[in-house]
Design a protein around this ligand. Structure first.
Ligand code: DC
Length: 228
């Protein structure tokens, strides 16, 4: 059976990770959370107390750091030089600085090289901001997920509370809007919908509906009953 590449892009907290994980599970594909890779390198920058504007040091760090993603029931378990940083990379200090680190071309070059390597054989679902536009412009199926900001903040709050972190919903709305602004206005690989991506507004959809929508299109593409 032919194995395709599925690219899921969209703004912060639009439901990409949960959806990508479940789509990958249904199809027997590998799920690659590229945001987790940018978060991991950001965590290391903070851990080593490297100033956020020390781009040369950050580049060296990105080149020598080994990031590994493993499948787990919650999504990707993220290993940084064999240390499990899956929970640490979701904390607010990393979230606050990640847009800064991911705006450096030199960091992106390292991450994109790795992402293309992982996608080489097909049978993958990659999620991020620039997968359909820059990383894998030839992906057979491209989805651009959106949801209104209040709904996104509500989902993120639930997720953080689950991890034992209490946050104010209004502060979350501001943080999400600020991150979207930075991610979509940066000069390198900004967040934007690829011209051939299908937009999926998840504001009023259940997770099952989102997953079903994507799985059905993937199956149609594999069977050759539908073109992009
Ligand atoms: O999906 P996320 O919220 O975990 O992503 C964290 C940050 O990483 C996000 O604010 C922008 C950046 N990112 C990126 O620049 N390119 C990607 N392909 C994925 C994430």
């Amino acid at each position: 059976m032919k194995k395709i590449v599925i690219a899921i892009d969209g703004p912060a907290a639009s439901g990409k990770s949960t959806t990508a994980r479940l789509v990958a599970e249904r199809l027997g594909y590998l799920h690659i959370d590229t945001g987790a890779m940018y978060r991991a390198i950001t965590w290391k920058v903070l851990e080593e107390k490297i100033p956020l504007d020390a781009v040369d040091r950050i580049q060296k760090l990105a080149e020598k750091t080994h990031i590994r993603l493993e499948r787990s029931p919650r999504g990707n378990t993220v290993y940084l030089d064999d240390k499990d940083v899956s929970d640490a990379i979701r904390l607010p200090n990393v979230t606050k600085s990640v847009s800064h680190i991911s705006s450096y071309q030199v960091v992106r070059d390292v991450m994109v090289r790795e992402q293309r390597r992982m996608a080489k054989e097909g049978g993958v679902v990659l999620e991020g901001r620039d997968i359909g536009t820059v990383v894998l412009p030839n992906a057979e199926l491209k989805i651009y997920m959106v949801a209104d900001v209040a709904e996104r903040a509500r989902r993120r709050k639930k997720e953080l509370e689950h991890a034992g972190v209490g946050v104010d919903e209004h502060a979350l709305i501001e943080e999400i809007q600020e991150r979207d602004r930075r991610d979509s206005t940066r000069t390198v690989s900004p967040l934007k919908k690829a011209h051939d991506a299908m937009e999926l507004d998840t504001s009023k959809l259940t997770v099952d509906e989102q997953v079903e929508f994507i799985v059905r299109r993937a199956e149609e593409l594999v069977k050759g009953t539908k073109t992009k």
